[in-house]
Design a protein around this ligand. Structure first.
Ligand code: ZN
Length: 379
C-alpha cells in the first residue's frame, strides 16, 4: 500500500509540474461541471472531498449539481436542497445548478430552486430518459431564457444522436445560454454545425479522448469552450492536463486560455456578456508522432477495459502500450516516451489495488493527453 501510494505520487509529480508551467500565471480557474451527493451507480462526492480536489490543483470555483441520486423522487427536490445548502455554506466557492426531471414538475422545481439561490439548470437526457425532439424540455428552455440562467446538458456517452432535437429547441430559445457537457461528443459534428450561430452555446471539456478536444477546437470558437472535469468521474488534475495540453497543441494565446480556464464561466455566472467568438483556432488535421500514435491506440483500448471495470481486458493492451513506449530510436519524442514508460510502471504497480482504480485511470488519461499532443506542441 505504501509502495503503491509512493509510486503514484512519483508518477503524478511531473504532470502536476507541467500543469503549473502551462497555466497562465494568475489565471482564475472555474470548474464548470461537478456533482455533489450520491449516485445510483455507487459513486458519491462530499463538499469536503470536492474542496480537496479543487485545492490540490488550485481551482478556485465550481459549478455544482446533484448526481443521479437514489433519493431523487419526486422532482429531484431532496438532492437539489442538499446541493443548495452545501453551496450556501461554501462562502461563494460553489455555484449551485438545479437538476430537473422533465417528467416531474420541472418548472415548479426550477422556480423553487432559483428562488433559493440556484444559478442554472442541469438536464441529463440519458439518466432522465427524455428526448428534446418530444418537446418536453421546451418549457424549461423558456424559463431559462426568461430568468437569464444557463442550462448545462449531458451530451456525452450513452445516448442516441441528440443533435437535431436539441438544436431545434436551443434555436427556438436563443436567450437561454447552454453548456453542452463532455465536448458534446454525443453529436459533436452536428451540434457544432447547427449551433454555430447560437449566441451563447458553450462546450465543456470533461471527456476522455484528447482527440475530442482537438476536434472541438477545430469546430467551435475557443471563446465558447470551457474547462470542466466532472468530479467524481473525473478530477481537476486530469481535466486540467487534458485542456492545457490541447490548448498548447492548438497554439491558444494566454488571454484566450484564461477565458477557457475560467474567464468565460465567470462572465456567464456573473450575468456579464460573453467575449465575441472568433473562428476556430485549429484546422482539422492532427499532428501526432507515429510512435506515440501506437501508444495512443493501445492506451485507448486499455482505457476502455478500465472504464468497463474489466481489469483482465485492460492488461493485454496495457502491456502493448508499455512495449510501444520502449524505443531506442525515439525520433524526437524520447522525453514523452520515457515519461509514459515511467507512468505505466506506476499504473502496473497500483492497478490491482481496488482503492487505486481511479488513480490508475487518471494516469492512463494523462498518458493519452500527453501522447496525442506531443508532436503538435514540440514541432
Ligand atoms: Zn456529469
Amino acid at each position: 500500500m505504501i509502495d503503491a501510494s509512493h509510486a503514484l505520487g512519483r508518477a503524478i509529480a511531473p504532470f502536476r509540474a507541467e500543469i503549473s508551467a502551462l497555466r497562465p500565471s494568475g489565471s482564475q480557474i472555474v470548474e464548470a461541471h461537478a456533482h455533489l451527493g450520491r449516485d445510483e451507480d455507487g459513486r458519491s462526492l462530499t463538499p469536503d472531498e470536492l474542496r480537496r480536489m479543487l485545492d490540490a490543483d488550485d481551482v478556485g470555483h465550481a459549478v455544482v449539481f446533484p448526481l443521479h441520486d437514489p433519493e431523487r423522487d419526486p422532482a429531484y427536490s431532496l438532492p437539489n436542497d442538499r446541493v443548495l445548502a452545501w453551496a450556501g455554506e461554501s462562502e461563494g466557492r460553489f455555484t449551485p445548478f438545479a437538476r430537473l426531471d422533465p417528467g416531474q414538475n420541472p418548472i415548479a422545481e426550477a422556480e423553487r430552486c432559483l428562488e433559493r439561490g440556484a444559478r442554472g439548470i442541469k438536464l441529463h437526457p440519458r439518466a432522465q430518459s427524455f428526448a428534446f425532439a418530444d418537446g418536453v424540455a421546451d418549457d424549461i428552455f423558456a424559463l431559462a431564457e426568461q430568468a437569464g440562467v444557463p442550462i448545462l446538458i449531458h451530451a456525452g456517452r450513452g445516448m442516441p444522436p441528440i443533435a437535431d432535437g436539441l438544436s431545434d429547441v436551443a434555436l427556438r430559445y436563443p436567450g437561454a445560454p447552454l453548456i453542452l457537457a463532455h465536448a458534446a461528443i454525443a453529436d459533436q459534428g452536428v451540434l457544432t454545425t447547427r449551433l454555430a450561430g447560437h449566441p451563447a452555446v458553450l462546450y465543456d471539456t470533461s471527456c476522455f479522448s484528447p482527440f475530442d478536444i482537438l476536434g472541438l477546437l477545430a469546430r467551435a470558437p475557443a471563446e465558447r469552450i470551457v474547462y470542466a472535469s466532472d468530479p467524481p468521474y473525473g478530477r481537476p488534475l486530469t481535466g486540467l492536463y487534458l485542456i492545457l495540453r490541447c490548448a498548447a497543441a492548438a497554439g491558444l494565446d494566454q488571454q484566450t486560455l484564461d477565458l477557457v480556464l475560467g474567464g468565460t464561466m465567470d462572465r456567464l455566472l456573473g450575468g456579464r456578456p460573453l467575449v465575441e467568438p472568433t473562428a476556430p483556432r485549429r484546422s482539422d488535421p492532427v499532428t501526432v508522432s507515429g510512435r506515440l500514435a501506437r501508444v495512443v491506440a493501445y492506451g485507448a483500448m486499455t482505457f476502455g477495459g478500465l472504464l468497463a471495470g474489466n481489469l483482465e481486458s485492460a492488461r493485454g493492451p496495457l502491456d502493448l502500450m508499455a512495449a510501444a513506449a520502449r524505443d531506442p530510436e525515439a525520433d524526437g519524442v524520447g522525453p514523452a516516451l520515457e515519461r509514459i514508460s515511467e507512468t505505466l510502471e506506476a499504473v502496473a504497480a497500483i492497478i490491482d489495488d481496488p482503492d487505486m482504480q481511479w488513480p490508475a485511470f487518471g494516469l492512463m488519461h494523462m498518458c493519452l493527453s500527453l501522447a496525442a499532443t506531443e508532436l503538435a506542441i514540440t514541432s
